[in-house]
Design a protein around this ligand. Structure first.
Ligand code: PLP
Length: 480
């Protein structure tokens, strides 16, 4: 592709994206396709000869778009948000345009130094400790995902426990039934056996991890000769945004020398708002590592997950392997960060650009406004469910997630479960909105996660009315 062709087609594509985002509400939220539908529209083999951009672009509309679930749609309420925004999209484009690969400071000085600056900026915006800044003993790094962050934090914890090059059969990791599955995956990858992944009880009302049970499990493991290696506390669990008591769990960790990883993947960015900083209580004192994902709720396109460590030593020691072909004077000087030593892959994209552009374009004030809008809409929605006699509301909703359950007064537990699943399917099949579900105390519970930048009060109101209507229609059908 020549520079002139790139310029022309690039402009065409930027126009296309702008039109797409402006007209996103014309699409069904969830892709109305069946498994195999998209593949069936694609040729068996790659073309022998190059094709025109017009043909490629036409196939985006014809083949790809029908298979897109529109995460930026204002009525996308499933899972958690995965915000995109103009400045982040442009940051991605610039990163691709530069094609820089920042595995070492030497191969990407700006890539490395901008990353250190933006993670320091973000730490400050979230009120995280100054000692986690990259000019202190700790430091931050952008990972592809909170899952990768969990894995590298665990490897650092193993290093601190002296188990990187040693037998790990005695190492134990502590989660709750509400902890994200990425921690179990990290443990599996890191060679922690399944029985050594301990499940700490949660409080039945708050679904938060119980420090007294953690203490019991850790003490028993120590007595049995095990090596308690890591505890994962969550601020904002995936299922219901439960908040583990980080300070109390941290006290247990600190007594027994266990690494405390704090998973604030979804909710951590909410601390840009001073009134929500309490969510991080205990993290400054006790967390050895802390992750939050600007790619969820902070207007930054996937992927952008920020991991901080209180002490970078174990992380870098665990992941640094220096072959001859990577040696260079800057690394040898010890004056630079080589972010390859903070992650699993060697190569790395210039992810800092999009976060930098997001922070500069919006400024802290608009980032706070974005979070506050989500929290306020969730609050109002929760109020409507609370007042409605046909729905049970989960009262805990500190962020943008509201969990509720239709009551189906005339139905048995089993039939109510089937009816709730039918309601969810009917809503999602409509293409007008998209919710997801979880299970709380053996009951299917529906989740509405508010946080797409385009979502307004009206979208939330329409969603609530739609849920109510479909519920009443289903109830009538069942009674007939
Ligand atoms: N931790 C929590 C609490 C999450 O909610 C999620 C995703 O929803 C993850 C981890 C995994 O995030 P990622 O996709 O960045 O790996």
């Amino acid at each position: 592709m020549s520079a002139e062709q790139f310029r022309a087609h690039g402009k065409q594509l930027v126009d296309w994206i702008a039109d797409y985002l402006a007209g996103i509400e014309s699409h069904p939220v969830r892709a109305p396709v069946r498994p195999g539908d998209i593949r069936a529209r694609l040729p068996e083999s790659a073309p022998e000869h190059g094709e025109s951009w017009d043909r490629i672009q036409a196939d985006v509309d014809r083949v790809i778009m029908p298979g897109i679930t529109h995460w930026q749609h204002p009525s996308f309420f499933a899972y958690f948000p995965a915000n995109a925004s103009g400045p982040a999209i442009l940051g991605e484009l610039l990163s691709a345009g530069l094609g820089a690969q920042g595995m070492l400071w030497e191969t990407g000085p700006a890539c490395t130094e901008l990353e250190s600056v933006v993670v320091d900026w973000l730490a400050e915006l979230l009120g995280l400790p100054a000692t986690w800044r990259t000019d202190g003993p700790g430091g931050g790094v952008i990972q592809d995902s909170a899952s990768s962050a969990a894995l590298v934090a665990l490897v650092a914890a193993l290093r601190r426990a002296g188990r990187v090059d040693a037998d790990r059969t005695a190492c134990t990791v502590y989660v709750s039934a509400q902890t994200h599955s990425s921690m179990a995956k990290a443990a599996r990858i890191a060679g922690i056996t399944t029985p050594n992944l301990r499940t700490v009880d949660v409080d039945p009302d708050t679904l938060a991890m119980r420090p007294d049970h953690l203490e019991e499990l850790v003490a028993a493991d120590v007595a049995a000769g095990s090596v308690p290696t890591m505890v994962c506390a969550t601020i904002g669990t995936t299922s219901t945004t439960a908040i583990d008591p980080v300070g109390a769990l941290g006290e247990v960790c600190s007594r027994h020398g266990v690494w405390l990883h704090v998973d604030a993947a979804y909710a951590g960015v909410a601390a840009v708002c001073p009134e929500l900083r309490w969510i991080n209580d205990g993290a400054a004192e006790y967390a050895d590592s802390y992750v939050t994902d600007p790619h969820k709720w902070l207007l930054t396109n996937f992927d952008c997950s920020v991991l901080w460590v209180a002490d970078r030593g174990p992380l870098v020691d665990a992941l640094s392997i220096l072959p001859e072909y990577l040696r260079n004077p800057a690394t040898a000087s010890g004056e630079v960060i080589d972010y390859r030593d903070w992650q699993v892959p060697l190569g790395r994209r210039f992810r800092a650009l999009k976060l930098w552009m997001v922070m500069r374009w919006y400024g802290a004030t608009s980032l706070r406004e974005h979070i506050r809008t989500g929290v306020a809409l969730a609050d109002e929605l929760a109020g409507w469910f609370r007042e409605h006699e046909d729905f049970a509301l989960l009262e805990h909703h500190p962020f943008g997630l509201v969990c509720f359950r239709p009551l189906w007064p005339a139905l048995s537990h089993r039939d109510a479960e089937t009816a709730t699943a039918a309601l969810l399917a009917r809503l999602n099949d409509s293409g007008d909105l998209y919710l997801s579900h979880t299970n709380i105390g053996g009951r299917t519970t529906l989740r509405i996660a508010i946080g797409a930048p385009a979502t307004t009060r009206e979208h939330v109101r329409v969603a609530f009315r739609r849920i109510e209507q479909e519920y009443l229609a289903l109830r009538e059908e069942q009674a007939a």
